[in-house]
Design a protein around this ligand. Structure first.
Ligand code: ATP
Ligand code: MG
Length: 294
């Protein structure tokens, strides 16, 4: 896979730069971009090689950071996608953070606090497996969670979700202006496919550990979740921090779309090894002589 119009072809149809007219029903979770599974697998291998090459340069350049945010319903395949697409990337240049239910300490801070601490350094790729977007997803679907957040009651009004969207947008703009390239992925799995995957977790002993009754209960709120996801994409998509609404019923296609979007994000940073100037070259020559003389 080369980074040209062709690579972007795989991710561009799912990219939302402006969410105003976004409708989730226009995005089919089962789409496969007219590719065969074999072709997609071959492209993915090339994509992974390219990602590793770009990551090495990003690290050497030490200027930009890349933040990749993953959100999805359970069993959409977040963990597997992260594992596959980033396979082979130097672990020193990449950090994955999973955000679970907030701790007591985290609940005693503003909602962004725990993410700020996990942002990637310059030269690094940071992956958020769930993120501050949970604040407009699970918390919106279960507003009683707000009561655990110690917010002054006069600050919790009907505008709270709009305010959170505004704050998230402003925060992502701030990050962008500071050299953090932000890309967000909503792995869009269908309710039917989720059911199949849950049943597999019950059927296959080596998958039993993944099964959780709580996930099945969350399924009852499917429609509210979909509304929350749609509203999130509508309000928090922007040119500098776009959402990708990635078809997730076929994992092999999901991986290709995510991989090509990551390549696009890395290319944005124009990563390159630092150029050695004349003065430094002379120093390196001196060092060579020293080594050779001993
Ligand atoms: P796995 O693939 O292992 O199931 P997971 O990401 O689903 O991974 P879980 O421990 O099963 O991890 O779930 C984490 C839970 O934490 C989710 O239900 C999520 O909605 C919840 N959560 C994350 N952030 C917040 C938040 N800010 N407030 C409330 N709940 C949150
Ligand atoms: Mg889970």
């Amino acid at each position: 896979m080369k980074m040209d119009g062709k690579t972007r072809k795989y991710c561009d149809p799912y990219r939302i730069d402006d969410g105003n007219s976004f409708r989730l029903k226009d995005f089919d979770p089962a789409e496969t971009g007219d590719l065969s599974k074999e072709d997609a697998a071959e492209l993915l291998v090339k994509g992974i090689v390219l990602t590793n090459d770009l990551q090495e340069k990003l690290y050497a350049q030490d200027q930009w950071a890349v933040l990749l945010v993953f959100q999805a319903m359970d069993a959409a395949g977040k963990d597997g996608i992260i594992k596959h697409v980033m396979s082979g990337v130097n672990p020193q240049g990449c950090q994955v953070t999973s955000f679970k239910q907030p701790s007591t300490r985290e609940l005693n801070h503003d909602f962004m606090w725990r993410s700020v601490n996990e942002l990637p350094q310059r030269g690094q790729i940071g992956i958020f497996n769930r993120s501050y977007y949970e604040e407009v997803l699970v918390v919106r679907v279960h507003p009683e969670i707000l009561k655990t957040q110690h917010l002054p009651p006069q600050l919790v009004g009907k505008d709270i979700w709009q305010q959170r969207f505004d704050d998230i947008r402003a925060y992502e703009r701030y990050l962008t202006r500071n050299g953090v390239v932000v890309r967000k992925f909503f792995l869009n799995v269908s309710k039917e496919e989720q059911k199949k995957r849950f049943l597999k977790r019950l059927d296959e002993p080596e998958k039993n550990w993944k099964f959780s009754e709580a996930d099945v209960r969350e399924r009852e709120c499917w429609d509210q979740y979909m509304e929350a996801y749609e509203d999130m994409v509508r309000h928090t998509s922007s040119h500098h921090a776009p959402w990708y609404v990635v078809p997730a019923d076929h994992k092999w296609f999901t991986r290709l779309v995510v991989s090509s979007a990551i390549i696009e994000a890395l290319e944005q940073c124009r990563p390159a090894f630092p150029v050695v100037d004349d003065e430094r070259r002379k120093e390196l020559e001196k060092a060579r002589k020293l080594l050779e003389g001993k």
